[in-house]
Design a protein around this ligand. Structure first.
Ligand SMILES: Nc1ncnc2c1ncn2[C@@H]1O[C@H](COP(=O)(O)OP(=O)(O)O)[C@@H](O)[C@H]1O
Ligand SMILES: [Mg+2]
Length: 214
């Protein structure tokens, strides 16, 4: 079973939004997907409760309560939605559970500064420094041609972690969340710019670059 985690100690940077969309990506590939929601705010589980029955099924477990022991048998991809404010031992424990870690970052000074501290802590964790977990950075809620996005873009490019791409600020994410869907499931005429932005992220997730080599 693959374990793909969306992680950043900063709240509101798009962890749950990313986790739900990543779950949809794998489910559309015909894989058995389960979301482990480690956040007592339950954003991923609330999203799942709205999922239309005619779309590829995704399971969910309240990992903040019971861990991942009740993940259904046959699950091929476990998408882990992490809570905010994780540091120290708790961060170590979480990182132990994943080989692929996506890190969303917002174009804001506060978030970039918080990200710098977080990356420092993350890169010191043994599993990460030994490359037993592969990290990928994603700029989220981006407005192109803004100064702050340029700053974020440059900042993320300089970190020693793959920078997978950016996702625009779009109502499509809000809409899709409310309907239990991913942007990949919205109609093309509405969501084609988002589909384009997801492409490099999906390619990375499908490639060996996102998985530690045995
Ligand atoms: N790309 C995006 N475009 C528009 N709104 C977004 C985007 N990503 C996240 N959001 C919104 O930002 C807020 C925080 O996102 P969320 O996924 O809940 O973050 P986290 O799980 O890190 O706290 C939510 O209201 C969500 O709908
Ligand atoms: Mg969340």
């Amino acid at each position: 079973m693959r374990h793909v985690m969306v992680l950043n100690s900063k709240g509101g940077c798009g962890k749950s939004t990313l986790a739900t969309n990543v779950a949809v990506f794998f489910a559309r590939e015909g894989l058995e997907v389960c979301i482990a929601d480690y956040d007592p705010q339950r954003s991923s589980l609330d999203w799942l409760a709205q999922r239309p029955p005619d779309l590829p099924a995704i399971r969910g477990v309240p990992a903040f309560e019971e861990g991942i022991r009740n993940v259904p048998r046959g699950t091929e991809v476990l998408v882990i939605d992490a809570p905010a404010r994780v540091h120290g031992t708790e961060l170590n424990e979480l990182v132990r559970r994943a080989e692929t870690i996506l890190i969303p970052v917002l174009p804001s000074s506060i978030d970039m500064k918080a990200c710098a501290h977080f990356m420092e802590e993350l890169l010191e964790i043994g599993k990460v420094s030994r490359k037993q977990a592969r990290l990928g950075l994603i700029a989220n809620r981006v407005r192109e041609h803004t100064l702050i996005f340029e700053e974020l873009d440059q900042y993320l490019s300089k970190l020693k972690v793959p920078y997978l791409g950016s996702l625009r600020e779009a109502q499509n994410y809000v809409r899709a969340y409310a309907r239990g869907m991913g942007v990949l499931e919205l109609p093309e005429y509405l969501a084609w710019p988002d589909w384009q932005q997801w492409q490099p992220i999906c390619e990375w997730l499908d490639s060996k670059r996102s998985q530690p080599q045995p």
